[in-house]
Write a protein that binds this ligand. Structure first.
Ligand SMILES: [Mn+2]
Length: 332
């Protein structure tokens, strides 16, 4: 744990006009946390604007308050007393990052262990399953905010998104306790799950079909990967949730300890996303390529063509797994 939630609450208290933002490729945790925090802070009299570094896909439309969230563009008038950066470091805020570094006080709340913490006040708690878990604590403990149906729905979406609907190893008793409280205050688990997982476009599901066709596995069965090229994506925009949708296929395989999704971004730029299980540290391999994340979910962007990046990542991953395995025989 880095920084202090007390400092964060005090810092927020001392400003009136606040910007809330989060990482590029937004996910339900970042957006749900942001909208819930915006509503809570407006409830205590703050002026708050949420700006997403990237446009939000239509399927976020079910989140209460999402209609007031703007997508960043260069002509946007930015005039705030301070910014609250959620679920990432200020460097991951795309087009907003330069504004965040212009001397504006920045308050940072995150649960990624790779975030060193920075700014006027920060709180980074890698034990929190989602940033939404921290937002719940912040707004209920410090400002005694009443959980409305709208706030509860946003926070439930945040927890649900980052825990794979309460299945991943980051799900704790505390996560479930908070989720229960959110349901008591109006969050509807079945409806939120439907919007999160059964509300895709034909194109998005078709992309999964094309991606699944590229599934490969290492000879020892421990590394499974899928490759998405620009051609597969066609004219459709990439949205963060595609990663979760697609990387779950290699991770379904019993023997796979490290699942990798390779995505061609440009001819010389490749993104690798990692999901791991057992004691494999996904953030470690991501950090070797300049990325970061959580122990079980991490990612990096490599300035190499797809084929080269894949070869490099897969040989590094194989070495990492054989070192971490030690003398034990692989459990296939
Ligand atoms: Mn998160």
């Amino acid at each position: 744990m880095r920084g202090s939630l007390d400092d964060v609450a005090r810092a927020i208290d001392s400003y009136e006009r606040l910007l809330i933002t989060w990482h590029v490729d937004p996910d339900p945790d970042s957006v749900g946390s942001g909208l819930a925090l915006q509503m809570a802070l407006e409830g205590i009299g703050k002026q708050v604007v949420s700006i997403s570094p990237d446009p939000l896909a239509n399927w976020y439309d079910f989140l209460p308050g999402v209609g007031r969230c703007q997508a960043f563009h260069a002509d946007l008038k930015l005039d705030f007393d301070a910014a609250i950066v959620l679920d990432c470091e200020p460097e991951r805020c795309g087009g907003l990052s330069s504004y965040l570094k212009s001397g504006l006080p920045v308050i940072n709340i995150d649960h990624h262990g790779s975030n060193p913490g920075s700014g006027k006040a920060f709180y980074v708690n890698p034990e929190a399953a989602a940033t939404g878990e921290i937002i719940h604590e912040l707004i209920t403990a410090y400002w005694k905010v009443q959980l409305t149906e709208a706030i509860s729905t946003n926070l439930f979406a945040s927890l649900s998104g980052d825990t794979g609907t309460f299945r991943y190893s980051n799900t704790t008793g505390k996560t479930l306790k908070i989720a229960g409280e959110l349901v008591q205050h109006g969050a509807n688990p079945a409806e939120i799950a439907m919007y999160l997982y059964e509300n895709r476009s034909y194109q998005a599901v078709n992309l999964m079909r094309l991606a699944l066709d590229t599934l490969e596995i290492s000879s020892d069965g421990e590394i499974g990967w899928i490759t998405v090229t620009r051609e597969m994506l066609g004219e459709d925009p990439w949205i963060g949730q595609h990663s979760e949708d697609i990387i779950r296929f290699p991770r379904m395989i019993k023997s796979v300890k490290l699942a990798v999704l390779f995505r061609e971004i440009e001819s010389e730029k490749t993104k690798a996303s990692f999901r791991s299980r057992d004691d494999i540290d996904a953030s470690y391999i991501a950090s070797l390529f300049g990325g970061g994340g959580h122990a079980r979910a991490a990612g990096c962007t490599i300035d190499s063509p797809l084929v080269e990046a894949k070869a490099e990542v897969l040989s590094t991953a194989a070495k990492m797994l054989s070192t971490q395995r030690g003398s034990e025989s692989p459990p296939i």
